[in-house]
Design a protein around this ligand. Sequence first.
Ligand SMILES: NC(=O)C1=CN([C@@H]2O[C@H](COP(=O)(O)OP(=O)(O)OC[C@H]3O[C@@H](n4cnc5c(N)ncnc54)[C@H](O)[C@@H]3O)[C@@H](O)[C@H]2O)C=CC1
Ligand SMILES: O=C(O)CCC(=O)C(=O)O
Length: 527
Amino acid sequence: MYRVLISDPLSEGGIRPLLEATDVETVVNPSLSHEQLLREIGTSNAIIVRSQTQVTRELIEQAPELRVIGRAGVGVDNIDLEAATEHGVVVVNAPDGNTISTAEHTMAMLMALARNIPQAYHQLKQNKWERKKFVGVELKDKTLGIVGFGRIGKEVAHRAKGHRMNVVAYDPFLTKEKADKAGVNHGSLEEVLQQADFLTVHTPLMDETKHLINRDSIQLMKTGARILNCARGGIIEEDALYEAVKSGKIAGAALDVFEEEPAIDHPLLSLSEVIATPHLGASTIEAQESVATDISYDVMELLRGGTVRHPVNMPSVSAEMMERLSPYFQLSEKLGAFLSKVVDGALERITVYYSGELLDVDTTPLTRMAIKGILQRYIGNRVNDVNAFKTASDKGIVINEQKSTSTKGFTNLVRIEIETDRETRSISGTLLIGLGARVVMLDHHSIDVVPHGHLIVIQHKDQPGAIGRVGSLLAEYEVNIATMQVGRTNQGGDAVMVLTVDKEVEENCREQLAGVADIRQVQCLTL
Ligand SMILES: NC(=O)C1=CN([C@@H]2O[C@H](COP(=O)(O)OP(=O)(O)OC[C@H]3O[C@@H](n4cnc5c(N)ncnc54)[C@H](O)[C@@H]3O)[C@@H](O)[C@H]2O)C=CC1
Ligand SMILES: O=C(O)CCC(=O)C(=O)O
């Protein structure tokens, strides 16, 4: 049974899949104190939040069972991604469901800002019929500068064009060609700032975007321009905006978000030119139902061992690529686990080679599984596919990935090589259609072994009688041999025997096997 904690208000309809799942216990409590939250997360396998709950390192460290943090929305700046990754916790968001609502909210703010609607409404409610004071500006033929041309930025552009505005956008991923296709002008950040009558930001809040719009950038803007922020507080430097509005450089601002929320008694709110909403961009029935449904499905999918569409702290793989790669996940992990259990010494370097069908695909997810398989021997399930690379690099292990044209006659081949301070060993495996994973080489010996169950790997000298002696000894310990493979380089030379047996081999038995003439090393492993 999985335990999922929902600590922010989420649409009831949206979380129905979770409430109805027979393998999930869902705890919904959006008003937990900090102490209660620490206690509740301690036994949860997943937590789902919006923007209120701060998923801090402290919280993550209190949650030994936590596997997933689900964000019902886009921004993940309230989640300590580094701590989540370090602890192998997958962070997943639901970025599609609130795009339209946030773009529509931005347009509502744009129009309200241009026509002073909140201010005029406020006066009228106080029985003051003021008309002269609230003369606005038209949007038609004005330039809307958009910083951040992702999902929301694009939807805002589309709507602004409906108002016959000129749109100029800046985004590091926006090329002139893409801008032409979207019917907007492409500019540098400086150009967007210089040309905008209205400037709206739609980037995530990250180190690179913190105070992206600051005193210096505001100086580049036209006097009398207006600024909107329906993305995140902190993208615009609040003190600089305050001064710019106060001085008349900026004619007005519309803010849905603040550096610190809830924003109560905020200096910007004291300015009549500043209109504001309390982080309502995504607050529509449709958006809330949509993000809650998306995140409920993805959290359940992850807990059940599946894959998700929008992982935040691991690279997302397209559905098509996932279909091609997923059969190799187990092969890579098992090869890694196998090799880690026979290699001796402190790990220094892991190199994974791919060939055949795997030559032209991004094999990073397979390397991640291989590393996970290897490191599990040393740190158990503290390593997983989220933190595999980070864990390896924290331990000073160098990871290499290489494509190779050497297929050894197989349609696909994964070869892992581990270098330690004592030796270098390698294993190769392939995926046989309809038959599954096979180990086809251990070091330079050809074998054919299913990487599963209890295995005995014996390094020996190729001499008559070696196999018989091993068989007799195992029989004495009532260990039944299921399969046996022998690989050798040349007659009378080094050889390897890999046996699959029906039960775990006792240490006594292993020691006696190791004492048999011509046997150099015996290793027992379970995969
Ligand atoms: N007010 C609200 O309730 C809501 C706010 N948001 C905020 O809006 C943000 C944007 O959401 P989406 O459009 O869905 O995200 P998105 O990921 O589709 O788009 C963000 C864009 O910002 C661009 N970007 C990143 N760094 C940049 C930089 N230095 N300069 C210019 N562009 C940069 C990215 O390349 C990307 O194209 C979210 O990160 C979230 O913080 C999202 C939903 C609701
Ligand atoms: O959950 C909310 O209402 C906030 C939405 C938001 O800011 C986001 O999705 O980034």
